[in-house]
Each structure stands twice: as structure tokens, then as C-alpha cells.
Design a protein around this ligand. Structure first.
Ligand code: ADP
Ligand code: MG
Length: 310
């Protein structure tokens, strides 16, 4: 998954505990083998190479994640769009590579989740247009942390965390106290900008510091506007928490793309979800359901949805 996975929990038996950790890591690898576009033999790579010619059998699991991704595209009015990969495939953040103007203008029209045709009975995926590509980088880690937590819960674990990069699923509390989940300071490595007390929920942060390179003073990072095919400006990090990690993962990416006002207004319309955005000025913004948990630093009013805007 190109990221660090961490698992925390208490267990009375070290050997059984270690075996459980191993099981969670194996689950990550299983999902990676299915959903990574970097692996040529993955199911998603097969979809990407063949789904324009004919519908590809995606199997229950990949179909489920793609279906959820498309639903979230509808919810976010296209801010979240796994076909961003039509352009995204031309970026290489490790190598400092980005698409040239010709490639960008040729591929940007292939970003549109409506090109992904799903057959709900047969669990097949077809692309309506040639050259469309999908990538689950904005949602698959959320799917994994939920599955990892299921493994622990089924083994009787009542207090724990499964984390993959910026996505975490909490199980219960920290044995009588809430878990304090730190949101990274987007410009100070290793510093925490704000801590949120949470129990049992999922929390995801999308940041412009995870994968990027700089060229002529411009930061090219991995969160792409489906409209322009280029990295989104205006936000340093977007955090969303709520009951479902698939949602928090995809929504954190979406809020990043939508920006402070539109993004947090959308979150304000989802009863079970809250969000915190750090904009490119370092200003911290909260969704309406959150009372500013750590007053002074840089506090700004929460963004209230306009009446009738939900
Ligand atoms: P991370 O936890 O790696 O920071 P995010 O949840 O922020 O991940 O998702 C970023 C990833 O989402 C990118 O690496 C890319 O794979 C994918 N992505 C980028 N832009 C979009 C978009 N507009 N819609 C859906 N997925 C996207
Ligand atoms: Mg995300």
C-alpha cells in the first residue's frame, strides 16, 4: 500500500497476540495484491487494461470498493473520482515526474466516474471510454483498516487501533479513556497540530505532505482535482472522522479537493461525520458539529451550512 501499517491492542497471551498482528498484516497484503495499480497481476490492473474492451469480473470485494467509490463521487459532486488515475498514471512523485501539457489536455477528459459502468448482478466493471483508468489510493486504506479491525474484534479484542498511513480505525476506547488521535502539523515534521479524543470511530487525514515533489517552488502532490487533472491548492490537510473508515478515507480526500467552505459544508450535512481542515495559511477550520476543542492557537468560526444547502 506504499505506506506504514501499525496495529495496537492488548492481549494476555503474547504468542496469540503476535499471531493476530501477523494476520492483520497478511490481510493488508491480500488487499494490496488485489487493489494496487502498481502490481501488474492485481485484479485492478486487469480491470484497467481490459474493461474498455469488455466487462471484467471484479469479484465481490473489488466490486464493493469500486461501487462505494462511485457512490461517494455522487455524494461529493465528483470531487472524489477514482478515474483521476486517467491523468494520475502520468505522475510519479518519487521520480518527480508529471504529465506535460499535451498529455494533460488529452487525458483530463477521461476523468469522469460516470465512465465506470457497474453491473450489480454480475459484479463486472466496464469503462465506457477508451483510456479510462481507476485507482483506489483514496479509499482502499480505509477499507483495509476496517477489515483489520474486524479480524481483531472477531478474536475478542475490545480496545485497539489499526492504522494505514493517514487512516485509522479505533476499537473501543483506550481502556477507560478516549484515544487521543493526533493530526499532524502539515509543515512541521513530527509535530502534532491538534489532538482529537475518539472512541470506536474511524479517522482519516489527507495531506499534501504524504507524496509530493517540488519544481520551481511549486509543490506537486498526490491529491488531484478531477476538473483540472492537477494537484489541488488551498488546503494543507483535511481530516474526517465518523463510523465508517471507507467513508472517512474517501471523504478526507474529497474535502481536500472541495476546499474549506464547500468541503466542511458537505460534512455538516452528514450527521455522523465531522471534519477539521488546515488551510494553506495554517488556519484551522472545524465542521459545525465540533466545538473548537483546543481554543486559542488559530481559531476561526466553524463553517455553518446555509439553510437549505444540504
Ligand atoms: P493518503 O492517506 O495516502 O494521504 P488520501 O486518502 O489522501 O491518501 O488519498 C490520496 C490518494 O487518493 C492519492 O494518492 C491518489 O491515489 C488518490 N486520489 C488523488 N486524487 C483523488 C481524487 N480526486 N479522487 C479520488 N482519489 C484521488
Ligand atoms: Mg483519504
Amino acid at each position: 500500500m506504499g505506506t506504514e501499517i501499525r496495529v495496537w491492542f492488548w492481549h494476555e497471551d503474547t504468542q496469540l497476540g503476535n499471531a493476530l498482528v501477523e494476520e492483520v498484516f497478511e490481510e493488508a497484503e491480500r488487499i494490496n495484491q488485489m487493489m494496487s495499480t502498481y502490481i501488474e497481476t492485481s485484479l485492478i490492473s486487469e480491470v484497467n487494461s481490459k474493461a474498455h474492451e469488455a466487462p471484467v469480473d471484479a469479484g465481490d470485494e473489488l466490486f464493493y470498493v469500486v461501487e462505494r467509490a462511485v457512490d461517494i463521487s455522487v455524494l461529493t459532486l465528483g470531487a472524489f473520482d477514482i478515474t483521476y488515475e486517467s491523468v494520475g498514471q502520468h505522475y510519479d512523485f518519487r521520480e518527480g515526474k508529471r504529465p506535460d501539457a499535451d498529455t494533460l489536455s488529452r487525458e483530463v477528459d477521461k476523468i469522469d466516474y460516470r465512465f465506470v459502468e457497474l453491473d450489480h448482478e454480475k459484479k463486472t466493471i466496464r469503462f465506457a471510454v477508451e483510456g479510462v483508468r481507476i485507482n483506489l489510493g483514496g479509499i482502499a486504506k480505509g477499507y483495509f483498516v476496517d477489515r483489520g479491525a474486524d479480524i481483531l474484534r472477531e478474536a475478542g479484542i475490545e480496545h485497539g487501533i489499526v492504522t494505514a498511513g493517514g487512516d485509522s480505525r479505533l476499537i473501543g476506547d483506550r481502556r477507560g479513556r478516549p484515544w487521543m488521535v493526533g493530526i499532524r502539523d502539515p509543515r512541521e515534521d513530527g509535530q502534532v497540530a491538534i489532538s482529537v479524543p475518539l472512541e470506536g470511530e474511524a479517522i482519516s487525514t489527507s495531506g499534501d505532505y504524504e507524496r509530493y515533489f517540488e519544481e520551481d517552488g511549486i509543490r506537486y502532490h498526490h491529491i488531484i482535482s478531477p476538473k483540472s487533472g492537477e494537484p489541488v491548492a488551498g488546503v494543507h490537510s483535511a481530516t474526517v472522522f465518523g463510523p465508517d473508515a471507507v467513508m472517512t478515507d474517501a471523504l478526507s480526500t474529497s474535502v481536500f479537493v472541495m476546499g474549506v467552505e464547500e468541503g466542511l459544508t458537505m460534512i455538516g450535512c452528514l450527521p455522523d461525520y465531522e471534519g477539521i481542515v488546515i488551510d494553506s495559511e495554517g488556519q484551522i477550520w472545524y465542521s459545525t458539529g465540533l466545538e473548537n476543542p483546543s481554543a486559542p492557537l488559530h481559531d476561526k468560526p466553524a463553517t455553518d451550512p446555509e439553510p437549505g444547502s444540504c
